[in-house]
Design a protein around this ligand. Sequence first.
Ligand code: 13P
Ligand code: SF4
Length: 355
Amino acid sequence: ELPPASDPALVARARKAKEALGDRLFVLGHHYQRDEVIQFADVTGDSFKLAREAAARPEAEFIVFCGVHFMAESADILTSERQKVILPDLAAGCSMADMATFDQVEEAWEVLEDAGIAGVTVPVTYMNSSADIKAFCGRHGGAVCTSSNAKRALDWAFEQGEKVLFLPDQHLGRNTAVLEMGLSLDDCVVYNPHRPNGGLTDEQLRNAKMILWRGHCSVHGRFTAENVDDVRARVPGVNVLVHPECRHEVVTKADYVGSTEYIIKQLEAAPAGSTWAVGTELNLVRRLGTMFPDKTVMFLEKTVCYCSTMNRIDLPHLVRSLESLAAGQVVNQITVDPETTHWAKVALDRMLALP
Ligand code: 13P
Ligand code: SF4
């Protein structure tokens, strides 16, 4: 039974357990986490920064990952066997990552083989995918990317082959290919894992440069082009800043696009008095308003738009993780098997080695 998050004594309990663990513990917090959790993070960041931070802490025996399942898996892959990665709530998954299963991706690869293009296709997976999808990419000469290095990863992939199979976020793949690499919308096709042959003819597959998996983020997918038109009509001079997981028509209409870390840096560099409509997860947008009181920060949409799985990590779950560790018990450890770790690390290392 977990105590309520509003209990002020929880803050003291979290602090006490964290102090007791000292250097044995390192807490990572993704920018979409609740404030009540973020206050205990040793480092905050986007998924790329957090993966690097996890890899750079060999002294920490316990890494408590305040984020979602695929991030904790990546941390386990990038850390040593001695280190233990803990996800405070095992139900903190990601609906986008769940849109590509290993069996579906294996089946898609067979479709590409039958169309005679697997040999010239490089699989690239967004960080937001399970460890076995990353391992699939490692095994087939591909790499991982995040929203802050997608262009560099795709440049690399097109040096290795003629086509890219991009998993699982069609929007990040399309936005990067079309808006940053000069490909056309006609160069992209969408592979639907629920349809025979992905819903595509062999000719469509052979003509395409980017084969985009039919996945999306349920949070960023909610922003529409009308949201952008609406805020521009209501707020003259507003700057529209969105995450590349948003749909293509939203990103096309926005003034700036980038990962969560980029969004924070844009706001940091913005002149005092400027106004910003931000299209990303609400915990971060609210925090930006607090961090930059000299600027007006508003949410791009009118309704509430939290990532429900990110939000599952709350103070009660964090307290339980920290107190268990302090008492010598490891609860909710995330482990990836050695074979998957090996190949997923190959794909992650290719990303970490990008210039
Ligand atoms: P970044 O942290 O790479 O910006 O990704 C956002 C996201 O949706 C994480 O789940
Ligand atoms: Fe997944 Fe979207 Fe939530 Fe990120 S914001 S964890 S991509 S559902």
